[in-house]
Design a binder for this molecule. Structure first.
Ligand code: B3K
Ligand code: ZN
Length: 884
C-alpha cells in the first residue's frame, strides 16, 4: 500500500462538470450508468484520464458516444486518448450491494439500499475522479422494485416519479449545487417519515423530513426538534440559511460512524438519531442533538465550501465540531449549563485526543501523509481541530470571528479550499489582532503533533505589590516529529485573593486595571508577565475555560486548589481543581505503590461540593466523578493499568464510605418528579442521583448491607426512563452486587427487540469495573451470545471497543488473554469491515508505555496481526505504525 503525501498534491488533469447517474437497483447486481461532461484542466500538463474504481464490474466505456480504448490497472481505469476539447463520457458497470459488508459505497441494510461515500466510497459505486476538488452537478435516476423499496431518495430536489413495468418504479433527483463525489447519497428502502415545514428569515419555505423504519417514527421527535433548532441557530449566529427546498435525514442500523452530511440527504446511524425516554438516556438525547446539528452545519462548513484534498479534513471537521459545540452551549442557556458542556467536551478531548497525541498514531491536525484516509477521521482532526478553531475565536473575539467566517464564505463559496485559506480569512477580517500579527506561528497548530506542556510559576512581591507570572512552553517530540517550534497559546486567566475575591488585572506599563479576566498570549518558549497593584498574594486561575489544548502545570498547592474549587469565577477551573485534587492523590498512590488513603481535607472539600446549595447538580456530578483510568495513565511514563485501577477503585470506595450519609441525602434530594425532559436541569439531577446510587450500592456491597442494592433493584424495575433504569443497573453491575445478575436478565428480556438497547446491555457488561477477571470472562461468554455479531458496527463496538478501549483493567491482563482476544477479533473483523477493524486495532496505540509483562505481550500480539499477509490497508497502517 502506498503512502500518500500532502506535499505531492496536484490538481486533477480533468474536471467533471455534470454527472447523470442511473441506478437499476438489485441487491445482487446493481447496474450503474454514468454520463459525464468532462473538461481537460488546462492548468496542468496534458495527461491520461485516470478514474478510480474498486470492486466494480465494468461493462462499457464510451467517449462522445463511441467506444474508446482503455486499460485497468489496480484500482484505476485509464484512458490514454481522451480528447482535448470538452467531451461526454459514458460508463456502465455493476456492483454487488448485498456482498458489501464494508459499509462503504452502496450496500444493503435491513432490506434497503444505502450509501456511504466519504471518504472514498463513490469509487465502489462507479468509475470517477473520486477526489474532493472535483465538483459536479448531479442528476440521479433510481429504478427499483416498488413494493420492496417504496421510498427512493437522492440529493437535492425531486424532479419526477413514475411507475414502470414489472412492479418497478423510478424517481429522478437533481442537486443544483456542484459537489464532490463524497457528498453523493442514495437511499431505496421501505421507510416512513416525520415531516415539518420551516420558514427561514428570507421568507422561504422548506420541507424537513426524517425517514426511519415503520416502528421507529415516534422516536424521531427529538431529532426533528434538534434539526429545527440547528437551522434557526445557524441563521442567527452566523447568518447561514438553509439553501435547499428539502432537507432529508435518514436512519440506518448498519453504519460505520455517527452520521454523514450528504448534501440535502444526511444519513444517520440509528444510534445517533432515534430516541424515546424509555429507550435512550439523557446522554443519548444530547449526543443526538449535537450530531444532528453537526451534520446540518456541514451544509455550509464542508458542503458549500469543501476540502481541496483529504489532508485538509479538519477544515470542515474541526470547524464543524466547534460549531456544534457552540450550538450545544447556546442551547444549554445558563452559564452553569454552558460550563457543563465545556467540561464534558474537555473531558472527552483528554480521554481520547491526548492519548492519541502521545501514541503511535500521533499526527498533526493537518496530517502530512496517510496510507488509508479512513484512519485519519480522528480525535486530533475533529476535537483538537475544534480547539484550534476555538483559539481563533479567543484571539480575535466573538465578533471578529463572525466577521472572519463571513469573509471565508464571501471568498470561497462553491470552492474546495485549504486550512490556509481559512486562516487567511479569519486573519484578514481582523487586521492588527493578536492572531493576524502572529499568523504563521499560530498555524503551527496545524503542523505540529503532540500536546504542548505549559509550566506556570508565580511570585509575589508584597513590598512592590507585584505578581510576576512566568509561563514556559515545552513541545515534546512525537512519532515522526523530533524537534518543534513554540506555539501560540492563548492563556485566559484571572487572579483571586486567598479569601477568594476577584482581583483587578493591570499589567506593567498599563495606566489602569483592565477588567478581571484577560487573555495572555504565550508565543515564545518562555515569557514573563508582571501584574502591578496586586494588594495581596494572589492565587492564579489559568487556562480558564480550557483556552488552549495543552497540559498545564501550574504548581498550585492543595490549599490553592481548594481556593479555586470554592471561589473561582470560572466554573471550568472550579471543576479542574476538583480533578487535580483527586488526581494528585491517585498518582501519589500509583507512583509510590502505597495504598491510597483519602485525607480529610479532600473528603471534606468533596462533602462541601455535594452540600453546596449554590451549585447545580450537573456540576456536582462532574466534580465528584474521579478522573478516568485512561486520563490517569496519561500522566505516567510507565503504565500499569492494574495498579491504576486499584487506586481509582480504592478512591471510589473511600469517597462512597466517607460521604455515605451525604450520598443518601443527595439521592433523595435529586429525584425528578416531573415528566421526563432531556433538559440540562433534569439530566443534571438524574446524573447526580445515579452517581449517588452507585456510591451507595458500592459501599453497601462492601459492608454486606442489602438495603441499597434492594433499592437499586427496585428503581431499576420501576424506572420510567432509560437514564434511571440504566443508572440503577450500572450501579448493581459495577459493584458486582448479587442482584446484578437477575437485573441483567430482566433487562435483556424487556428490550430484546430494541437493537440499540441491546447494544447498551452488551456495552454495560463489557465496561463493568473489573473484579478479579470476572468482567473479562463475561465478555468472552458474550462473544458467543446469539445476539452478538461482528457484522453490525454498533454491536461489534458494544463489546470490543468497550473492552479494549474503555476498560483498561479488564483488557490489560498479566496472562495476555485480552491481547489474544484483540488479535483474533481484529483479524475476523478485518475480513468483514476494514474501517471498523482499523478502529478496534487502535486499542494498542499506547503499548510502548505499558509496564511489563503487558508491554512484551502487547508487542507480540501486534506482531501477530502484522504478520498476516492479507491485511486491509486500514489495519496494516495501524499495526505497522504501532511497531515502527
Ligand atoms: N464526515 C463524516 C465522517 C465520514 C467518515 C468516513 N470514514 C461524518 C461527520 O464528520 O460529520
Ligand atoms: Zn463532521
Amino acid at each position: 500500500a502506498a503512502l500518500i503525501r500532502r506535499e505531492d498534491y496536484v490538481a486533477p488533469a480533468y474536471w467533471i462538470r455534470t454527472v447523470d447517474l442511473t441506478f437499476d437497483l438489485d441487491p445482487a447486481k446493481t447496474l450503474v450508468t454514468s454520463k459525464m461532461k468532462v473538461e481537460r484542466n488546462a492548468a496542468v500538463p496534458h495527461g491520461p484520464l485516470r478514474l478510480h474504481g474498486e470492486e466494480l464490474n465494468l461493462l462499457r466505456v464510451l467517449i462522445d458516444g463511441e467506444s474508446v480504448s482503455f486499460r485497468q490497472e489496480g484500482h484505476e481505469l485509464i484512458i490514454e486518448s481522451a480528447p482535448d476539447a470538452d467531451f461526454s463520457l459514458e460508463i456502465r458497470n455493476t456492483c454487488a450491494p448485498e456482498k458489501n459488508t464494508s459499509l462503504s459505497g452502496l450496500y444493503t441494510s435491513g432490506g434497503g439500499f444505502f450509501t456511504q461515500c466519504e471518504a472514498e466510497g463513490f469509487r465502489r459505486i462507479t468509475y470517477f475522479l473520486d477526489r474532493p476538488d472535483v465538483m459536479a452537478v448531479y442528476t440521479v435516476t433510481l429504478r427499483a422494485d416498488k413494493a420492496k423499496y417504496p421510498v427512493l431518495l437522492s440529493n437535492g430536489n425531486l424532479l419526477e416519479t413514475a411507475d414502470l413495468d414489472n412492479g418497478r418504479h423510478l424517481a429522478k433527483w437533481h442537486d443544483p449545487f456542484p459537489k464532490p463525489s463524497y457528498l453523493f447519497a442514495l437511499v431505496a428502502a421501505d421507510l416512513v417519515s416525520r415531516e415539518q415545514r420551516i420558514r427561514t428569515r428570507a421568507g422561504k419555505d422548506h420541507l424537513l423530513q426524517v425517514y426511519v423504519r415503520r416502528g421507529d417514527l415516534e422516536k424521531t421527535e427529538h431529532a426533528m426538534n434538534s434539526l429545527v433548532a440547528s437551522i434557526v441557530w445557524d441563521e442567527a449566529r452566523f447568518g447561514l440559511p438553509l439553501d435547499l427546498e428539502r432537507f432529508m435525514v435518514v436512519g440506518v442500523s448498519d453504519f460505520n460512524m455517527g452520521a454523514m452530511e450528504n448534501k440535502g440527504l444526511n444519513i444517520f446511524n440509528t444510534s445517533a438519531l432515534l430516541a424515546s425516554p424509555a429507550t435512550a438516556t439523557d446522554a443519548d438525547f444530547s449526543r443526538i442533538e449535537s450530531i444532528v446539528a453537526h451534520e446540518y452545519f456541514h451544509n455550509w462548513t464542508g458542503n458549500r465550501v469543501t476540502c481541496r484534498d483529504w489532508f485538509q479534513l479538519s477544515l470542515k471537521e474541526g470547524l464543524t465540531v466547534f460549531r456544534d459545540q457552540e450550538f450545544s452551549m447556546d442551547m444549554a442557556a445558563t452559564p452553569s449549563a454552558r460550563a457543563v458542556c465545556r467540561i464534558q467536551d474537555v473531558r472527552q478531548l483528554r480521554a481520547v485526543q491526548f492519548p492519541e497525541d502521545s501514541g503511535a498514531m500521533a499526527h498533526p491536525v493537518r496530517p502530512d501523509s496517510y496510507v488509508e484516509i479512513n484512519n485519519f477521521y480522528t480525535p486530533t482532526v475533529y476535537e483538537k481541530g475544534s480547539e484550534v478553531v476555538r483559539m481563533y475565536q479567543t484571539l480575535v473575539g466573538r465578533k471578529g470571528f463572525e466577521a472572519g467566517i463571513k469573509l471565508y464564505f464571501e471568498r470561497h463559496d462553491g470552492q474546495a479550499v485549504t486550512c490556509d485559506d481559512f486562516a487567511a480569512a479569519i486573519a484578514d477580517a481582523n487586521p492588527g489582532s493578536a492572531l493576524s500579527t502572529r499568523l504563521e506561528a499560530f498555524k503551527r497548530w496545524y503542523a505540529q503533533s503532540g500536546t504542548p506542556r505549559v509550566q506556570a510559576r508565580g511570585s509575589y512581591d508584597a513590598a512592590a505589590q507585584t505578581f510576576t507570572l512566568t509561563l514556559k512552553q515545552h513541545n515534546p517530540a512525537t512519532a515522526g516529529q523530533p524537534g518543534k517550534l513554540p506555539q501560540v497559546i492563548p492563556v485566559t486567566m484571572g487572579l483571586l485573593s486567598r479569601e477568594g475575591q476577584v482581583l483587578p488585572l493591570q499589567l506593567q506599563g498599563e495606566a489602569a486595571p483592565v477588567g478581571t479576566e484577560r487573555v495572555l498570549v504565550l508565543d515564545e518558549a518562555e515569557q514573563t508577565f508582571v501584574f502591578t497593584g496586586v494588594a495581596t498574594e494572589p492565587v492564579p486561575s489559568l487556562l480558564r475555560g480550557f483556552s488552549a489544548p495543552v497540559v498545564l502545570d501550574d504548581g498550585l498547592s492543595d490549599a490553592e486548589l481548594l481556593v479555586l474549587l470554592k471561589h473561582d469565577a470560572d466554573a471550568f477551573n472550579r471543576w479542574e481543581a476538583s480533578q487535580r485534587l483527586a488526581l494528585n492523590r491517585i498518582l501519589q498512590a500509583v507512583r509510590t505503590g502505597e495504598a491510597l488513603v483519602l485525607d480529610t481535607d479532600y473528603l471534606e472539600a468533596m462533602r462541601a461540593v455535594l452540600r453546596d446549595p449554590q451549585l447545580d447538580a450537573a456540576f456536582k456530578e462532574l466534580a465528584l466523578t474521579l478522573p478516568g483510568e485512561g486520563y490517569v495513565a496519561e500522566q505516567l511514563d510507565v503504565v500499569d493499568p492494574q495498579e491504576i485501577h486499584a487506586a481509582v477503585e480504592a478512591a471510589y470506595q473511600q469517597l462512597a464510605a466517607a460521604l455515605a450519609d451525604d450520598w443518601a441525602a443527595a439521592y433523595e434530594a435529586h429525584q425528578v418528579k416531573a415528566g421526563y425532559e432531556p433538559s440540562p436541569v433534569q439530566s443534571g439531577q438524574r446524573a447526580l442521583a445515579n452517581l449517588a446510587l452507585s456510591m451507595l450500592v458500592l459501599h453497601a456491597t462492601r459492608t454486606g448491607d442489602t438495603v441499597w442494592p434492594g433499592r437499586a433493584y427496585q428503581r431499576f424495575k420501576d424506572a420510567t426512563n432509560m437514564t434511571e433504569r440504566l443508572g440503577a443497573l450500572a450501579a448493581l453491575v459495577n459493584a458486582h452486587a448479587e442482584l446484578a445478575e437477575p437485573a441483567l436478565q430482566r433487562f435483556h428480556a424487556l428490550f430484546k427487540h430494541e437493537a440499540l438497547v441491546v447494544d447498551k446491555w452488551f456495552a454495560l457488561q463489557a465496561r463493568a469495573s473489573e473484579d478479579g477477571g470476572k468482567t473479562f470472562a463475561r465478555v468472552k461468554q458474550l462473544l458467543q451470545h446469539p445476539d452478538f455479531t461482528l457484522k453490525n458496527p454498533n454491536r461489534a463496538r458494544s463489546l470490543l471497543a468497550s473492552l479494549c478501549m474503555f476498560n483498561p483493567a479488564a483488557f490489560h491482563r498479566s496472562d495476555a488473554a485480552g491481547y489474544v482476544l484483540w488479535a483474533e477479533q481484529v483479524l475476523l473483523l478485518d475480513g468483514i469491515n476494514p474501517q471498523l477493524a482499523g478502529r478496534v486495532a487502535r486499542a494498542m496505540d499506547r503499548w510502548t508505555v505499558l509496564a511489563e509483562p503487558y508491554r512484551s505481550a502487547a508487542r507480540e500480539a501486534i506482531a501477530r496481526v502484522a504478520a498476516k499477509p492479507e491485511l486491509s490497508n486500514d489495519v496494516r497502517e495501524i499495526v505497522e505504525r504501532a511497531l515502527a
